[in-house]
Design a protein around this ligand. Structure first.
Ligand SMILES: CCCCC/C=C\C/C=C\CCC/C=C/C(=O)SCCNC(=O)CCNC(=O)[C@H](O)C(C)(C)COP(=O)(O)OP(=O)(O)OC[C@H]1O[C@@H](n2cnc3c(N)ncnc32)[C@H](O)[C@@H]1OP(=O)(O)O
Length: 570
């Protein structure tokens, strides 16, 4: 039976909750989830990338839905991680009693969740959380985290509980969920021991779905049921938004005060602040703490992004060919694909998703806008902006670049148009570049705008064309034709515009013949130093960018450059 039938008895928004499970690798997050859902334990360790589960309940005549996000402890996917903070209603933070560092990570995670929630002023400033000290079955001699130390810390923090657990021995798993559900004021029957686990097709569940009594009269309501949806998929951004709105409306109707505005109306005053403001951009701004709710009222933003065929994904289109394992990612922000906060966020999330998609081996970065690859960073993000916005924007760029340059995938740029500055950075960060011959230009032209290419732009160019060419290119802010770019090694192949894509596909064939593991190790070892240089100083770099770009002299140069672009047009 398919999962949509489970959803036939859809839970009302007020009864839908998202539980996010976080912690470092190998602490037993998936084992806890597996005990909770299936009462199973698997001794084999397989790193989780991100798993989504859904459990439906029928409790006292009402339907409830619990979505569970089992997150990765291994991979650094910052955009996905921040989204999980934003969309979670309740959290389990897991450490392992034999690993002190994993406990430290739990403390950091709690801070990050609170920071993220506070920044978008969601209804729950401190969401309910429980700390699970897992692997409590380990011998005392291996213990690195003392029970008393954690208990003492947890007693000082709000809306937080603590239990030691053993997913292996099924120790305290029921209690863990029961305590969390109590803390979150959810029905206690949601915990494993307080409802009957049934499967789809079970007569009791089918009867409950139809609202008829399977049991003798009056008995059904006393028998809470829980069913795991076998094919649950993460909801799209749009359906999450619709649901979040419905939930907020419902709550507004239920509670006479305080009134909770519709999300759209709560956020609408902010739409006018930004050009082409989409829901994705509102998510992004909330994500970065830039959206404040209207009129001092509270609103809840519970959204999720799915990159494949997500109807709400506007600026980055992903087309995954599962036969070949090749994804095509197209920038789609007319007129010139300038990279603003939204585009960079969408790009980051798309890249993270592809990175975790085991069927994906290669990615072609291209444009959906004719005649342009990307005009680079959106100058309007840097002109007359605020320090907070500048930092948020720069962090988004850093994340997108780290995801692209550090990707395990074969990455190829199909440059079918102009590619200045940030556009050139994206192209250079791929493994291979094919450019259309003709009038199009590519290069790092920052000095012409009166700004300076950051050290990591420079590093990538150095790795691509060497020291001497980079020195000249950067000082002059040189823009090259495709043929000139080919001659200095800035691109790998130049072909007529209508053959760029087919040439990329042909080139890909030989790259795909190389065993992935060997290729990835080689790529990683060659790029590590450059990636580490930025990773180790991201915050400093973001602050430095904001300070630099907001200097009066730099703003003046940017203003003049914008005017020159407009003049050239007229
Ligand atoms: C020791 C000190 C170290 C300090 C270092 C610290 C920190 C680093 C600080 C700063 C680093 C910043 C790094 C910056 C990177 C960048 O990417 S900056 C962006 C550079 N991009 C450009 O210069 C491209 C400019 N655009 C063009 O040249 C052309 O538009 C084109 C891409 C060749 C396309 O030409 P065409 O097809 O003719 O289109 P139009 O020129 O008519 O443009 C259409 C509209 O789009 C607007 N636009 C163009 N580019 C951008 C852009 N990048 N951002 C925003 N808007 C852009 C253009 O103005 C037109 O708008 P209107 O229709 O007139 O409204």
């Amino acid at each position: 039976m398919s999962s949509h039938l489970v959803d036939e008895c859809a839970a009302p928004p007020k009864n839908c909750f998202r539980l996010v499970v976080l912690g470092t690798a190998r602490v037993g997050k998936t084992a806890i989830v597996s005990r909770f859902l299936f009462n199973q334990y698997d001794d084999q360790y397989t790193p989780t990338i991100e798993d989504f589960h859904r459990k439906m309940y029928r409790i006292r005549g009402e339907v409830y839905r619990l979505d569970i996000l089992d997150t990765s402890g291994v991979h650094p996917f910052p955009a996905m991680r921040r989204l999980s903070f934003l969309t979670g209603d309740l959290f389990i933070l897991v450490y392992s009693v034999d690993n002190y560092e994993s406990y430290m990570e739990v403390m950091r995670l709690r801070e990050q969740i609170l920071e993220s929630k506070a920044s978008c002023k969601t209804r729950t400033a401190a969401p309910p959380m429980i700390i699970a000290g897992n692997k409590a079955d380990r011998p005392e001699s291996e213990r690195e985290v003392l029970y008393d130390e954690v208990a003492k810390w947890v007693s000082t923090v709000k809306k937080c509980a603590f239990l030691e657990t053993s997913a292996k021995k099924n120790g305290n798993i029921n209690e863990l969920f029961q305590t969390l559900f109590e803390l979150a004021k959810l029905p206690p029957e949601m915990s494993p021991s307080l409802h009957r686990r049934v499967s789809i097709g079970d007569q009791a569940w089918e009867a409950a779905k139809k609202g008829i009594s399977f049991y003798p009269r009056g008995k059904q309501d006393d028998n809470p049921l829980g069913v795991v949806s076998p094919h649950a998929r993460r909801p799209s951004l749009r359906s999450d938004l619709i649901e979040a709105e419905a939930k907020a409306e419902q709550e507004q109707r239920r509670a006479e005060k305080p009134s909770i505005p519709k999300i759209s109306s709560a956020l609408s005053p902010y739409r006018s602040q930004y050009r082409s403001c989409t829901w994705m951009s509102l998510l992004r701004q909330a994500f970065q703490g830039l959206v404040r709710p209207a009129g001092g009222q509270v609103c809840r933003l519970q959204v999720q992004h799915r990159c494949y065929n997500a109807p709400a994904a506007g600026h980055v289109q992903v087309d995954m060919n599962s036969d070949t394992g090749v994804a095509t990612v197209r920038l789609n922000r007319p007129p010139v694909n300038s990279l603003n906060l939204d585009v960079l966020t969408e790009l980051s999330i798309a890249l993270e998703k592809l990175e975790t998609d085991r069927s994906c081996r290669a990615m072609v970065l291209a444009s959906a806008v004719p005649g342009i690859f990307s005009a680079g960073l959106d100058i309007m993000e840097m002109y007359k902006s605020t320090p907070e916005r500048c930092v948020a924007f720069w962090r988004a760029l850093q994340d997108a670049w780290l995801n692209l340059y550090g990707s395990r995938l074969i990455t190829m740029a199909a440059i079918e148009g102009h590619s200045p500055a940030g556009g050139c950075l994206l192209a250079m960060s791929c493994d291979y570049r094919v450019m259309a011959d003709g009038k199009f230009q590519i290069g790092l032209n920052e000095t012409r705008l009166g700004i300076v290419a950051p050290f990591w732009f420079t590093d990538v160019m150095l790795c691509t064309i060497g020291h001497r060419e980079t020195e000249k290119a950067l000082q002059l802010g040189a823009m090259y034709s495709a043929q000139q770019a080919l001659s200095i090694g800035l691109v790998d192949k130049v072909v007529p515009a209508d053959q760029v894509m087919s040439t990329v596909q042909t080139e890909l064939k030989s790259w795909l013949q190389i065993p992935d593991a060997a290729r990835v190790i080689t790529k990683t070892s060659m790029r590590k130093q450059v990636l580490d240089r930025l990773s180790s100083q991201k915050e400093k770099d973001a602050q430095f960018f904001a300070d630099f770009i907001l200097r009066e002299s730099v703003q003046k140069s940017l203003g003049a450059y914008i005017a020159s672009l407009q003049k050239r047009k007229s």
